[in-house]
Design a binder for this molecule. Structure first.
Ligand code: CA
Length: 555
């Protein structure tokens, strides 16, 4: 658990903690010492590459480039301070090495951020460096950083808001598992007030369910919540997911020297305190307007549009690195009361980590269909005792990830665009070498391995399909839906796009915002067609709700 935070603060740009947890869940795999070295190494290579490229782009000295990088960083989270501390500690070495025409791989090996373990291959991102011959440090041990490291760590471990005054798991703060993750609390000092509950006394005196509807119509004395919502069958959306569901995203601007400016890092502090996830823009629970200019909306926004009584009733219970196996360690952060709350639509979307891991010998580390069956049944039993009657659970199948290699391997990674020297094939091989790949099975030049990974994914999807067809539960209906990424690709191509434009450019693995919203749209359409009861009816009072309550307190 320590290692990711070490890396995290060693340099603000490091994207490794989530990749690390994605690849090898923190709470599952204790044999990761070499992995944490791997993350430190990737982080170092990344930052040194950016420094080197900044010097090249601005025709400046290495010192100038380092200072430029620090000057771009925001003060928040001590990012700027930390950056200057790093220059102070490692700057002179970095200057010496880069000035001697060594590349980022060599610099990081020399500074011992990258280590070649005995009997292990030499890992490098750039074409093999020449022969070469410091030490890392734990920035989280600095007094002024220890506290923030600890805060972030705790919020992630518990997957519940750090700043939550009462204990109802809802918060008035956005990040650190606050309302970016589940509907904003409207009374943070009263734990009986939270989104998704059945209204208390029809919300005559206060908005007990935070949907922005409360009080009494002076014309006839009828409470608004009763008038507008009774009989509308309100429901919430809950995602049980992984980094894709949480919308893991590293902005290419943070590592692209040629485009870097003061504005590049504005969103970095928020992203870091959200584990580099962007649930507020995700396919399942996103509530902000999309940043990519497509018409598709999240499942939550569509549920809200259908029935304004559903306002704020969303929970993104997703974690980087989540799998059928480790879901049990954080499923208790789900908030739903069988009697007090409205029913929910739960999407179970563990779409990768049961077949994806960073191990060199990746296949034995994949979940077997038998184990998967057991894990999923445990989750369903838990849900049956926590969801209100009338809920729905939708399984999302696993994708066939072979499109990653097929569409990306010979394209340039953002780090390689300036000098045409880093392709995704190289990035994949570097991450595999360090055993920190988010998905060795699919992010590999080995075709047999990619096929094997797809076969296992298909077996696991079939397990879900079987469970959905066979098992019955008292409090929810169960459905299975294929994760049809090929359909999204086809649709995108029809609009004139290229498949690679649907993948996160920095990690070369996750579906990006466009893909997530298109997937959400596809899911909605299919559910509406096959199981319309899941989504409920359009609330005829929506226009009146808007007229009386405006934006319902917003999100
Ligand atoms: Ca209300």
């Amino acid at each position: 658990m320590q290692s990711p935070w070490k890396v995290f603060m060693v340099a603000p740009l490091f994207f490794l903690p989530p990749l690390q947890s994605l690849a090898s869940p923190l709470y599952e795999d204790q044999s990761r010492l070499s992995h944490s070295n791997g993350h430190t190494c990737v982080g170092c290579v990344l930052v040194v590459s950016v420094i080197e490229q900044l010097a090249q782009v601005h025709n400046s000295t290495v010192q100038g480039a380092m200072e430029r990088l620090c000057s771009y960083l925001p003060e928040k989270l001590f990012l700027k301070t930390t950056c200057y501390l790093i220059i102070d500690k490692f700057g002179s070495d970095i200057i010496k090495l880069l000035s001697a025409d060594m590349n980022a791989d060599v610099v990081c090996h020399t500074l011992e951020f990258c280590k070649q373990n005995i009997g292990q291959p030499l890992c490098h991102l750039y074409p093999l460096p020449k022969k070469y011959s410091g030490s890392g440090s734990d920035i989280c041990s600095l007094p002024f950083l220890a506290k923030i490291c600890q805060k972030i760590k705790l919020a992630i471990e518990r997957s519940v808001p750090f700043k939550d005054v009462d204990s109802d798991k809802y918060s008035i703060f956005p990040t650190l598992r606050g309302y970016h993750w589940r509907g904003r609390d409207c009374n943070d000092s009263d734990e009986s007030v939270y989104p998704g509950r059945r209204p208390n006394n029809w919300d005559v005196h206060q908005d007990s369910n935070c949907n922005g509807i409360w009080g009494v119509d002076p014309k006839d004395g009828v409470p608004y919540e009763k008038k507008f919502c009774e009989g509308s069958q309100p429901r919430g959306i809950i995602l049980l997911g992984d980094s894709a569901g949480a919308h893991f995203h590293i902005s290419p601007e943070w590592i692209t020297a040629s485009q870097m400016s003061l504005n590049s890092f504005i969103s970095l502090p928020t992203a870091l305190t959200d584990e580099l996830d962007w649930p507020q823009l995700s396919g399942a629970t996103g509530f902000l307007d999309s940043t990519v200019g497509i018409k598709e909306k999240s499942i939550y926004l569509r549920l809200w549009k259908r029935n304004h009584c559903n306002h704020r009733d969303y929970q993104n219970i997703a974690r980087n690195g989540a799998s059928s196996q480790n879901l049990k360690t954080f499923i208790e952060s789900l908030s739903r009361h069988t009697m007090l709350d409205h029913p929910a639509i739960v999407i179970y979307a563990m779409i990768g980590n049961d077949v994806c891991n960073g191990k060199r010998d990746t296949v034995p580390a994949m979940t077997t269909p038998e184990k998967f069956y057991f894990n999923v049944m445990q989750t369903l039993k838990y849900l049956n005792s926590h969801l209100p009657k009338g809920s729905h659970v939708i399984f999302y199948g696993l994708p066939d990830g072979t499109f990653l290699w097929d569409n990306l391997h010979n394209r340039y990674h953002p780090l390689g665009q300036l000098n045409k020297d880093v392709t995704y094939a190289q990035l994949y091989s570097f991450l595999n070498c360090l055993q920190v790949s988010p998905c060795h099975g699919w992010m590999s030049s080995n075709k047999t391995l990619r096929t094997l990974t797809s076969e296992r994914a298909e077996q696991l999807s079939n397990t879900l399909k079987k469970i959905a067809a066979k098992e019955k539960f008292t409090n929810f209906n169960l459905f299975y839906m294929e994760f049809a990424f090929h359909e999204i690709i086809q649709e995108w191509q029809k609009r004139g796009g290229q498949p690679w434009q649907l993948i996160e450019p920095v990690d070369g693995f996750h579906p990006n915002e466009v893909a997530l919203l298109m997937l959400a749209d596809r899911l909605w359409e299919k559910v509406q067609l096959q199981w319309p009861q899941v989504l409920g009816k359009e609330n005829p009072f929506n226009p009146q709700i808007k007229e009386v309550f405006g934006d319902q307190g917003g999100h």
